[in-house]
Design a protein around this ligand. Structure first.
Ligand code: BGC
Length: 376
C-alpha cells in the first residue's frame, strides 16, 4: 500500500494531471500496449483472445479514502498482472464529469467500463450510452438501479449493515436504555440503503421493545464528511448531548462524529464505521471508535478485473466467480458478492495480516504504543 506521503503525491499528481492535460490523459496506466510491445497481438494469431482496453470510473476522493488509496492501486495492479491496458479516472463527485470521462474512455478505445456511479440516474445514462457504442459495463461496488450493467461486483452490503448494527449493540453492552443516533450514507447511493437495511434489522427490534431509543436518524448527502460534522453537531444540540452510541455508516462519517464529540469535550461513546481506513483503525486503537467493517478491496478488484477481461474477450468468466443475482428494481444482474468482516480492537490484526494496511501508515506518533498494546 502507498504510504500517506506517496498517497498525497498521487492525489496531487492527479490534480495536476487534470489541470494540465484535461480529463482523458489523467490517471491512465496503459501497460503492455499490444501495438508497441514485441510479440503482442499481431503474433498471437488471434486478436479476439487478447483482452482489450478497460476504463475505470471512480466517484470522488471525499466520501472515503478507499477509492484513491485502495481501489485505484489494487485495480491497477490487477489489470497490470493480466497485461490489460487500463485507464482510471476519478469524477471528483461531479456527475457530468463522470459522464464525460466515460465518453472519453470509450472514444479512446475502452471496450469495458468499471463504473462506481454517483447516483443511479447518471449511472444508467452512462450505461445506456455505452451500450449503444458496443461497450460493456460492470457496476463496481455500487449497483446502478434500472441500469444495464453486465455484472455487479460488490460485498454483501446488507451484511455490512448487520455487522455495524451488531457491533454497536456489542459495544454498548447491556446496561440501561441507550440513546442511539444513526448517521446514514448518501441517499443516492444504493449501498447506503442496503447498509441501513442491515443495521436497522438489528436496531429496530431494540427500539420497538424499548431496549434502546432512537434519538436521531439522518442521511449525509454525498457522504460528505464536512456536512456530517454539522449534522452531528445539530444532533448533539437537539438531544442536549444525550447520545450514547452512533451508527455511523463509514469511517469518514465516524471521524466527523468523533471530532464533534471532542470539540464539545464529551466522553468517548461507541461509534461504528466501515472501510478499515488508516484513520478508522487509529480511532479504534485510541478507543474513539468501537468497530469498522473490513471489505477486502483486493478481492473486489481481482473479481472485477477477471469479469472485465472475460467480457472484453467475449468469454465466460472463471467458473464459480459469479455467485448470485441482484435485483436492480427492473432486472436481475449477475453478481459477485464478497463477504465483509467486522473489526474491533480485538482482531485489528486481520487488516494488517491481509496486507490491506501497513503498520507504518497507522502506527505513527502516539499510535505506536497503542499498536504495541494491541499486539501489532
Ligand atoms: C462504499 C463504501 C464507501 C462509501 C463512500 C459506498 O458505496 O461501499 O465503501 O465508504 O460508498 O464512498
Amino acid at each position: 500500500m502507498h504510504s500517506p506521503i506517496s498517497r498525497r503525491m498521487l492525489a496531487i499528481g492527479g490534480a495536476l494531471c487534470a489541470l494540465s492535460f484535461g480529463i482523458a490523459a489523467c490517471g491512465s496506466d496503459d501497460n503492455n500496449n499490444s501495438s508497441t510491445s514485441g510479440g503482442g497481438a499481431s503474433t498471437s494469431g488471434s486478436t479476439s483472445s487478447k483482452a482489450q482496453k478497460v476504463g475505470v470510473l471512480l466517484p470522488d476522493t471525499k466520501s472515503s479514502v478507499r477509492w484513491e488509496s485502495f481501489d485505484r492501486p489494487l485495480l491497477e495492479a490487477a489489470f497490470k498482472a493480466a497485461g490489460v491496458p487500463v485507464t482510471i479516472d476519478n469524477a471528483q463527485g461531479d456527475k457530468s464529469t463522470q459522464q464525460q470521462q466515460a465518453e472519453q474512455q470509450i472514444t479512446n478505445g475502452a471496450k469495458v467500463l468499471l463504473l462506481v456511479n454517483l447516483d443511479s440516474g447518471s449511472g444508467a445514462a452512462i450505461e445506456a450510452n455505452a451500450q449503444t457504442r458496443g461497450v460493456k459495463v460492470i457496476d463496481y461496488d455500487r449497483l446502478t438501479l434500472k441500469g444495464s450493467a453486465a455484472y455487479y461486483v460488490s460485498f454483501d452490503n446488507v451484511k455490512v449493515g448487520e455487522l455495524q448494527g451488531q457491533g454497536l449493540v456489542d459495544c454498548l453492552g447491556s446496561s440501561g436504555t441507550p440513546s442511539i443516533a444513526e448517521l446514514n450514507g448518501s441517499p443516492t447511493d444504493n449501498n447506503a440503503t442496503l447498509f441501513k437495511q442491515g443495521y436497522d434489522s438489528v436496531l429496530k427490534p431494540l427500539y420497538d421493545s424499548g431496549k434502546a431509543k432512537k434519538v436521531a436518524d439522518q442521511s449525509v448527502p454525498d457522504w460528505d464528511n464536512q456536512q456530517a460534522l454539522t449534522i452531528f453537531e445539530q444532533m448533539l444540540q437537539k438531544t442536549n448531548n444525550k447520545i450514547d452510541g452512533v451508527l455511523a455508516a463509514n469511517d469518514g462519517l465516524g471521524n466527523s462524529v468523533i471530532s464533534a464529540l471532542k470539540a464539545r469535550k464529551l466522553k468517548q461513546i461507541p461509534v461504528t464505521g466501515q472501510d478499515a481506513t488508516p484513520q478508522g483503525i487509529q480511532n479504534i486503537l485510541s478507543g474513539d471508535q468501537c468497530m469498522t467493517v473490513y471489505k477486502a478491496v483486493k478481492k473486489e478488484a481481482d473479481a472485477a478485473s477477471k469479469l472485465a477481461i472475460a467480457l472484453s474477450k467475449g468469454t465466460q468468466p472463471p467458473a464459480g466467480l459469479v455467485n448470485g443475482k441482484t435485483n436492480d428494481t427492473a432486472r436481475d444482474v449477475p453478481s459477485v458478492l464478497l463477504t465483509p468482516e467486522a473489526i474491533t480492537k480485538d482482531n485489528v490484526k486481520v487488516v494488517f495480516d491481509d496486507g490491506f494496511l501497513k503498520k507504518e501508515d497507522v502506527c505513527t506518533g502516539k499510535f505506536a504504543s497503542l499498536c504495541t498494546d494491541a499486539g501489532l
